[in-house]
Ligand binder design. Structure first.
Ligand code: FAD
Ligand code: NAI
Length: 466
């Protein structure tokens, strides 16, 4: 049978694309090389990391906050194996969910490594050693990304780990060295800190979370330091000696200078991810890639080879599951003759630590660089009734509105449940809302989201509770 569409990769880009295409009446096949569906996100990314963040946060609360609320439980004991099982069960439920959705939408799943033999022809090397060929009208590449490696430092997933190994450590390391103060470093660094590790984060730049609002990042760093994380900014790890009982990492100032040694039991390398295209045969079919190995696409997710499209982490843009999903929907709709669309100006970005960090749209730095004058409205959670009563007062909401039109250009939240609250800001921005629109919208009391309304009021210097 010839398919309308063959998708390579079953991550959030690929599987969502498959479902949307099937809804639009296409005959769809998805090829996945791993034994389970769902890609990085469901197997070794978003889902397992959030499970461990959730469990470890409750562990911390049980140890620190419960007493103040009148809940006496004594000192909580960690059963790491059970926590890992809780995480694995969560992953299992999610990946099975994708299989269920494939059946429901009559999407054919094919297990094996895909290679594009030619436009319209995908070869699948099956685990049993046989090769099958799928004929199709269109191909969508959704092969995602892989861990970026440091030259000379081999990841063994036991002592020197990527995020994948850090999600499955058999015991809590006494000392965890994290290389890179990006999203993975701070989320997984937080998990192991909460479970008892002494965590040192070495970051090349002179700030954490590059790309996020600087004021947010600086306050967030102070909060993480209070939680016990240690930061070495403006520094890089150049080598890790594995010969002794402890790892010995060589740390040099980024600007050059004398090296120091940091000892650790486990080192997490979290310096970014790179597009994954291995084995696809892209050179043979002539699919163009950029200097960072990402597949080059036009505004319609078309590569330079007719009939071959690409979405998700393997192309340019933020490496986020919801960005991959939205591109999956858009390309399916375009292939069906509809006007698929992704608004890259309004893609939320969330770090699921405690407190959470969430942003959408421009930062103050972006606007200054673009020469756009903005008015800043800020409101701290110390002045929000719900945050106060919940003992979660760290952080603030910051709204950036166009100085001329009052249109909301960016929203940044450091605080409890920021990841859920940012959705309100994203919707407001999609509708081209002004700060006044948010300020005049009735927000339920007592909720954390009242801080968003108050920040919008603060744009016009009329916050009520401050
Ligand atoms: P992937 O999810 O990487 O899927 C690609 C799939 O293609 C894989 O299953 C792979 O096996 C398969 N494949 C590759 N080559 C072939 C081939 N030749 N043949 C067959 N199959 C192939 N993002 C968020 O938005 N929120 C989060 O909280 C979040 N947390 C994360 C935590 C961690 C630890 C990590 C590592 C990432 C996290 N991400 C998060 C990022 C998110 O996982 C990715 O952005 C997302 O998975 C990208 O989706 P994708 O479909 O493009 O690719
Ligand atoms: P990242 O790009 O977020 O951060 C990497 C950090 O490492 C940067 O701060 C960078 O300056 C630093 N760095 C680079 N080279 C270095 C070196 N040699 N020494 C010290 N520091 C160095 O990448 P990360 O954290 O690995 O995550 C990869 C991607 O996964 C992210 O870009 C994100 O898109 C996605 N992700 C998203 C999550 C979320 O949405 N909550 C959670 C986890 C991952």
């Amino acid at each position: 049978m010839a398919f309308d569409l063959v998708i390579i990769g079953s991550g959030p880009g690929g599987y969502v694309c498959a479902i949307r295409a099937a809804q639009l009446g296409m005959a769809v096949a998805v090829v996945e090389k791993e034994p389970t569906l769902g890609g990085t996100c469901l197997n070794v990314g978003c889902i397992p990391s959030k499970a461990l963040l959730h469990a470890s946060e409750l562990f911390t609360q049980a140890g620190h906050d419960f007493g103040r609320m009148g809940i006496k439980i004594g000192t909580p004991q960690l059963d790491l194996a059970a926590m890992m099982k809780f995480k694995d069960d969560g992953v299992d439920g999610n990946v099975k969910g994708v299989g269920f959705l494939f059946k429901k939408n009559r999407i054919e799943g094919h297990r094996g490594s895909a290679r594009i033999a030619a436009p319209g022809r995908v070869e699948v090397a099956q685990p049993d050693g046989k090769t099958s060929t799928l004929a199709c009208k269109h191909i969508v590449i959704a092969t995602g990304s892989d861990v970026a490696r440091l030259p000379g430092i081999a990841i063994d997933e036991q002592r020197i780990v990527s995020s994948t190994g850090a999600l499955a450590l058999a015991k809590v390391p006494k000392r965890l060295l994290v290389v890179g103060a990006g999203v993975i470093g701070l989320e997984l660094g937080s998990v192991w800190r909460r479970l008892g590790s002494a965590v040192t984060v070495v970051e090349f730049l002179d700030r954490i979370l590059p790309g996020m609002d600087l004021e947010v990042a600086q306050q967030f760093q102070r909060i993480l330091q209070k939680q016990g994380l240690t930061f070495r900014l403006g520094a890089k790890v150049t080598a890790i000696d594995t010969s002794g009982a402890a790892l010995a990492a060589t740390v040099e100032p980024a600007a050059g200078g004398g090296a120091q040694t940091i000892e650790a039991d486990v080192a997490l390398i979290a310096i970014g991810r790179v597009a994954y295209t291995e084995g696809l045969g892209l050179d043979a079919v002539g699919v163009e890639r950029d200097g960072r190995g990402r597949i080059v696409t036009d505004g319609h997710f078309r590569t330079n080879v007719a009939g071959i499209h690409a979405i998700g982490d393997v192309i340019a843009g933020p490496m986020l599951a919801h960005k991959a999903e939205d591109e999956g929907v858009a390309v399916a709709e375009m292939l069906a003759g509809q006007a698929g669309h992704v608004n890259y100006e309004v893609i939320p970005n969330v770090v699921y630590t405690s407190p959470e960090v969430a942003s959408v749209g421009k930062s103050e730095d972006d606007l200054a660089r673009d020469g756009v004058a903005c008015v800043v409205g800020k409101f701290p959670f110390t002045a929000n009734g719900r945050a106060k009563v919940n003992l979660q007062t760290d952080g603030f909401v910051k709204i950036l509105a166009d100085a001329r039109t009052d249109r909301v250009l960016g929203v940044h939240i450091l605080g409890p449940d920021a990841g859920n609250m940012i959705a309100e800001a994203a919707i407001a921005m999609e509708f081209g809302a002004s700060a006044e629109d948010i300020a005049r919208t009735c927000h339920a009391h007592p909720t954390l989201s009242e801080a968003v309304k108050e920040a919008a009021l603060a744009v016009a210097k009329r916050a009520i509770h401050m």
